[in-house]
Structure formats: C-alpha cells, structure tokens
Design a protein around this ligand. Structure first.
Ligand code: XMP
Length: 509
C-alpha cells in the first residue's frame, strides 16, 4: 500500500483517487502523523503531497525524515519535492520570480521508470510560487519546463523522486500514467485491491475487532449505511441489530418503503423506531445549521443508546462514515477548514457509551457502490442519490416546523418522481429541494397569494467534493415548477439553483 502524507494541498484526495482507480490501496495521513503507528503495516511507498505554504515560511509543515529509513520509494509532489530538497539542503528553495499556474510543457531529459510510456513532451499542470534553485547532493534533474529548470528530479542511487507539477489532476495529460508507474514499477505494487478483496479483508477484521460483542447499526436509508450493515451482517450475522429511526426529517413515504426494503429484500435484522416527536421537540426554534446538525447527531446517538440500554452486550455502534468525511474533518489547517460538520463524524457527542465501528472509513462513494453491488444489493438501491444524515432538517432553511417539512416533502416527491419518470434521475448525482425562509407575492386565479419559495437543485459530480449544477431541460423544469405550484398549497414560486461547488456547496445549509 501507499502512504500519502498530506501537506495541505487541495489536490491531496485526488492522489488517493488516482491510485484507487488502479486498485492500489492507499491512505492519506497528516504530514506529522506518528509514523511508528505503521510499523505493523508498513507501506511499500510514500507520496508527499503539495501544500499551500512555502518551505521557508515560519511554521511550514516539516518532513519527518524517518520515512527515508524505511528504504521504500518516495515521490514528492510540488511542496513534497521542495520539502525533500529543503530537508536535504536548506536554502535550495526560493520564491520564483515567475509564479507558475496552469498548463506547461514538460520536456523529459532522461529515461526514468517514472516516465515509462510518456512521450518526450507533454502537457502538465503547475501550481506553485516557489522553485528549486539548487538540487541537493546526489540528486539529478530528469525533466524541465520553460519556467522550471527542475520540473522533476531523482536521487541517483535511491528510489527518491520529486515532481514540481501535479500528476494527480486531469489537466496533466499523462499524470495518471506517471502515478501508475510509481506504484507499479517503482514500488512493485500489483494493484490487487478490489471490492471483493476489500470485503474479504474487512469481514475478517470486523470479526476480529468485535469478537462475540453485539453491534447496533444506524441505518439512514442511504447507500453508505446500508452497505455497512450488509457487510457487518455477513461478518457477524445476528450479533448485529439495525435501527432505522423515523426522525420526522425523512422524505415522503421513505420510512415505510426503506424499512420494507431492509426487511424483505436485504433480510437485515432491523428495528424501525418512531422518534419524530423527540427530534421535533429538540429542534424547536433552532435556526443555526451547525446547531441543527449537532442536535440531530446527538439525538440519534441518544436514541441508539436508549435502544440497547437493556442489553449490555451491545458495545459497538456501526456507521457508514466515508473517507471524504474523515479527511474534511481532520484537516491540519485548523477550524477554518471545517466547512460543515457532517453529523456522522463531527457531531458525535464526546461522551458516548458505544465504541465506533466504521468499516468504510477508507472508501470513496463510488467504491462504496462497487462494494454494495458485489454484496448483492440491488442497483435500484445502490443508485439512490446521497441523502444527508440530518435529512430534510438542513433543507428547510432556518427554524423547522411540521408545516414547512410537509411542504418540502411534497415538493421533493414531485421533483424526484419527475426525474425518475423522465429518465433523468440516474444522470444527476444528487437532486434535492430546499424550502427557503422567504415568502413572496403571487397571483392564483383572482387571488393574491403570499407563500413560500422552493429552490430545486440538481448536480453532477463524481464524489461530491466538487459539483456542477446539472443542465436539466427547460421543459422538464417548467413541468416540475407547474406541478409544485399547482399541487402544493403554500408554495407559489420555484427557482433553479445554478451554482457550482465550489464556491457553493451542494446542500444550502
Ligand atoms: P455539501 O453540502 O457539503 O454536501 O456540498 C456534500 C455531500 O454531503 C452530504 N451532506 C451530508 N451528509 N451529514 C451527512 O451524512 C451531513 O451533515 C451532511 N451535509 C451534507 C450532501 O447531501 C452531499 O451529498
């Protein structure tokens, strides 16, 4: 496997994506991770990511040179290259007179395993303000661009490499090939990490971890928790109890439909519990999105604690936490980088009576879907759009009320049903309706109305980290708007959200 040390680049996750795409297992850890933790599971290679700082800045992230004692290949990308050079030879990095952002032409100077199959010149993506002005001893230049005399370098005898450009972004023409060369040729990894091998390994780990204890699994109706439950069920059978909570924040008819799917199709041991009143009571009058998330997260945990209070053999709580949630929540840049505290990570109460079992913590969304398919979950379920843990609670903007939730539920059902009927559901990554805290004037028949506005949102995306607004056909939008305004009494205006992520996010809260 490959250890990716994160120096804060916005592209670090893409390095992991590219490696996973060629079935090479990898994990991202902060630059200052405790390396002794890997002694029982040593990596076969290390990649040092880019980063926003200059190696000469005060407080710039440093490189733990212990990695060199492992004698495994190392690839530094951008800041990663500069920090290797700076560590070996302080002063070798300086501000570039010309900052380099965007496309550049890479010219190879030497044959190198990293460049196997690459043409002599190709397009690469640069994004840096610093440059290497001198190489440490025993390093040599292996490629350049017109602005960067050192676009790639290597150690003459050890497998230490560095590139100034970003092979992980798609704008670098042969970037994926370069990373593949690093993993396959330089590190000697076969790329045998597949859904089936993940399932086999994870089932063994769950059995070892849990022993004869019992596990309660929080189902949300979404793909992640469903795949989690199915995986754990395969591992420990009826030591698992699934709980599906009606928190009053689900979509129309969702509780009944999903419960029957869990019971009758997936044969999971599931208990459906109605806690609508408790959630509504605790959320009463709360309008701040982060507060709503925390309250919903805490209330879920209380409900689960309560469900197993009489049976002390329940010691684990399973959750479908995914890799992007974990990474977004532990960024070393500090609180400013926390954009939203996704409830299954950020909102957990500090004191919880159950230990956490999160078998999919290392997976990306598309990998979860692949694992789910391999586990025999029907495609119609696997292809459901993501739905946030706090549900409609973060789609009624501001304070919640039963009336507002009902309006939103009706509008959402019309939109989603319309997408399905028009064959558009599977073409978008996620679609949702948001009830705005705005009333506006309309006219219906001869009457003046003063009612709510909903925003329709549909996005295309690969993993939810970035997203584009979906260009749905006008006549489709017109039809949905007509239906919502005519059929949902209380809504007299429909707008379509045409913002991408970033700078917007997918949900409005
Ligand atoms: P944003 O709004 O951050 O959403 O662009 C990215 C993806 O995450 C989902 N999301 C959440 N999921 N708890 C969750 O389990 C949350 O608090 C939460 N907030 C957003 C969102 O629906 C989208 O798929």
């Amino acid at each position: 496997w490959i250890l990716i040390l994160d120096f804060g680049s916005q592209y670090t996750q893409l390095i992991a994506r590219r490696l996973r795409e060629i079935n090479v297992y990898c994990e991202i850890h902060p630059f200052n991770a405790d390396l002794t933790a890997f002694s029982s599971f040593p990596p076969s290679g290390v990649i040092l990511s880019g980063g926003p700082m200059s190696v000469n800045d005060e407080g710039a992230p440093h490189l733990n040179t212990h990695i060199f004692s492992w004698d495994v290949p190392v690839l530094g990308i951008c800041y990663g290259l500069q920090i290797i050079a700076h560590t070996q030879k302080p002063g070798s990095v300086s501000k570039s007179d010309k900052r380099e952002f965007g496309r550049a032409e890479l010219i190879l100077d030497t044959a190198c395993p990293l460049f196997d199959g690459l043409p002599e010149t190709s397009q690469v993506w640069m994004s840096h303000g610093d440059k290497l002005n001198a190489l440490p001893d025993q390093f040599e230049v292996i490629a350049h661009t017109s602005n960067a005399p050192v676009a790639a370098a290597r150690h003459q005898t050890k497998p230490i490499y560095g590139v100034q450009f970003h092979p992980e972004v798609v704008h670098t023409e042969h970037g994926a090939r370069l990373l593949t060369n690093f993993a396959r040729i330089v590190c000697g990894l076969e790329g045998d990490w597949t859904p089936a091998s993940f399932i086999e390994e994870t089932i063994a780990n769950i059995r070892k971890q849990v022993g004869s204890d019992k596990v309660i699994c929080a189902l949300s109706g979404g793909v992640d928790s469903t795949v989690t439950a199915r995986l754990i069920h395969q591992a420990i059978g009826d030591q698992l109890l699934c709980v599906f909570v009606d928190n009053g924040l689900l979509r129309k008819n969702e509780f009944e439909e999903v419960l029957s799917m869990y019971r009758d199709v997936l044969k999971l041991p599931v208990r459906g519990v109605d806690r609508r009143a408790l959630f509504m009571k605790r959320l009463h009058g709360v309008s701040d999105p982060e507060k709503k998330r925390k309250i919903i997260g805490n209330t879920f945990i209380d409900v689960f604690d309560e469900e197993v209070a009489d049976d002390k053999s329940f010691t684990w709580l399973a959750q479908g936490t995914l890799y992007p949630d974990v990474i977004e929540s532990v960024s070393f840049k500090g609180p400013s980088a926390t954009i939203k505290s996704h409830h299954n990570v950020g909102g957990l109460p500090e004191k919880m009576n159950l230990k956490l079992l999160e078998p999919m913590r290392e997976l990306f969304k598309d990998e979860v879907r692949a694992v789910g398919r391999t586990l025999g979950i029907p495609d119609s379920f696997i292809n459901r759009h993501p739905f946030p843990g706090p549900g409609l609670g973060i789609r009624v903007l501001g304070a919640l009320s039963e009336e507002k939730l009902d309006l939103l539920r009706e509008a959402d059902a019309i939109f989603i049903q319309g997408l399905r009927e028009s064959g558009l559901y599977d073409k978008v990554w996620q679609a949702l309706v948001v009830l705005l805290p705005v009333q506006s004037v309309g006219v219906m028949g001869d009457e003046r109305t003063y009612e709510f506005t909903v925003a329709l949102r549909a996005v295309t995306s690969v993993d939810g980290m970035t997203a584009d607004w979906a260009q749905l056909p006008w006549d489709f939008l017109a039809g949905i708007s007509n239906r919502i305004i005519n059929e949902v009494k209380g809504i007299n205006r429909v707008v379509y959200d045409v913002s991408s992520k970033p700078p917007a996010t997918i949900e409005w809260e």
